[in-house]
Design a protein around this ligand. Structure first.
Ligand SMILES: NC(=O)c1ccc[n+]([C@@H]2O[C@H](COP(=O)([O-])OP(=O)(O)OC[C@H]3O[C@@H](n4cnc5c(N)ncnc54)[C@H](O)[C@@H]3O)[C@@H](O)[C@H]2O)c1
Ligand SMILES: [Zn+2]
Length: 373
């Protein structure tokens, strides 16, 4: 059974549908949008599997999409790739008009590029997101952030552009590499810590079944109903936070829990060695440790979060060569800081967090050094 979550953003509101028939929902959405052209933007890992299914379904409805494929991977989330996609859209016949619809098919990288291209083509085309990684399902699919990276940093070029709809087909996750599933699970733990203590228990109890791998078929063996519930609960949390604060003036910053130190770990350890979700896992451990030392958070709560991350086989200790001074220096340059102060989101119990902008180097150094294995 599909579940639908409404993202309430006034006239920019939209629905996220999640379930085993997500692709069918896309067909329904496109019928409603009545596009003059459908442009599917996807990448080389996802295109061969999900792209073929999608074209087949659209074909049955008499829709012939144009498929634009770019090279998979964060290193290709650039203006050059966006420009290549734009070239294809703008030079194809018949000429593009504002009733065309862009479909983003892939993980967060495809969503960010396709959404950005939709935002800037003719000053804004409608777009529909079909996320195929857990991280994109539970995080990137809600909020309308689109964009590309620049040599000086990630996500520095972009726009807010809400999609017309998000269609999540849980079956498309089957081929996702296990480490990328875990990556998304780290963001689910984050959502649980900031808003929903029950969700943390729910995830911890199902850590094995959610991450089960079928060695014969070489694909994920999760139960579709369980995965649907996981994604729907997480989308609902993110939707509630984003609806309350679309442009990140206040509450939306809670979503940065585990990310201030996490980003610094990601940079220091290197993007190749440390996936985003792994860095967020380490960042959550660090944030909770700081909260415990400030007397904000009880050790039992800290330990429950750590146990959940360990059960999901996400990292909780740092490599010995991570340098605390470097971590602090990177944190000071985080674009989300205000007025030169280092801000962090800290938990006071599971499901409740607040923003603190008085984080000190001594606190961070002590915790970083203690987290080394
Ligand atoms: N816009 C937002 O609000 C938002 C939020 C969070 C993250 N992001 C962005 O999302 C990106 C990270 O997302 P991601 O982890 O999905 O990265 P990704 O798109 O690179 O996907 C991860 C890997 O999984 C592969 N993949 C994806 N779906 C697959 C499938 N179904 N089968 C097989 N392989 C599959 C991809 O080819 C890639 O190798 C970052 O660029 C980040 O900045 C954006
Ligand atoms: Zn994240």
């Amino acid at each position: 059974m599909n579940k639908t979550i409404h993202v309430d953003l006034g006239e920019r509101s939209y629905d996220v549908t999640v379930g085993p028939d997500g692709m069918d929902t896309l067909v329904e959405v496109l019928a409603r949008l009545e596009p003059t052209r459908v442009i599917v933007v996807t990448e080389t890992n996802v295109g061969p599997n999900c792209g073929a299914l999608l074209t087949h379904l659209l074909d049955e409805q008499g829709i012939v999409p144009e498929i634009v494929v770019f090279e998979a991977g964060e290193v290709h989330k650039t203006l050059d790739t966006a420009s290549m996609v734009l070239d294809q859209i703008l030079t194809a016949e018949p000429a593009i008009d504002r009733k065309a619809v862009v479909v983003a098919l892939g993980g967060g990288v495809a969503g960010d590029i396709a959404g950005f291209v939709a935002a800037v083509t003719l000053r804004g085309l409608r777009w529909v997101q079909c996320p195929t990684s857990l991280l994109a399902d539970v995080d990137a699919s809600v909020g309308g952030k689109t964009g590309v990276d620049h040599a000086s940093g990630k996500n520095l070029i972009g726009a807010f552009h809400q999609p017309s709809a998000v269609c999540i087909d849980v079956e498309s996750l089957r081929t996702l590499p296990l480490e990328h599933l875990r990556n998304g699970l780290a963001e689910c733990v984050k959502h649980a810590v900031i808003r929903d203590a029950d969700l943390l228990e729910w995830i911890a109890e199902r850590a094995d079944s959610l991450t089960m791998w079928d060695y014969d078929d070489e694909e994920l063996a999760f139960d579709a109903t369980e995965m649907t519930e996981l994604i729907a609960r997480n989308v609902a949390i993110k939707a509630a936070v984003v609806s309350a604060d679309e442009k990140e003036a206040g509450e939306r910053a809670h979503l940065n829990f585990g990310h201030t130190v996490g980003h610094a770990f990601e940079t220091a350890i290197g993007y190749e060695q440390c996936l985003h979700g792994q860095a967020v896992s380490l960042g959550m451990i660090a944030a909770n440790e700081i909260a415990v030392r400030r007397g904000l958070l009880g050790v039992a709560c800290r330990d429950r979060v750590r146990a959940a991350l360990e059960a999901l086989q996400l990292p909780v200790t740092l490599p010995a060569d991570v340098d605390a001074a470097e971590i602090w220096s990177i944190m000071q340059h985080d674009k989300k800081n205000r007025g030169g102060k280092v801000r962090m989101v800290l938990a006071s119990r599971i499901g409740e967090v607040d923003i603190y902008d008085d984080i000190t180097e001594a606190e961070v150094s002590a915790v970083v050094n203690d987290m080394k294995s």
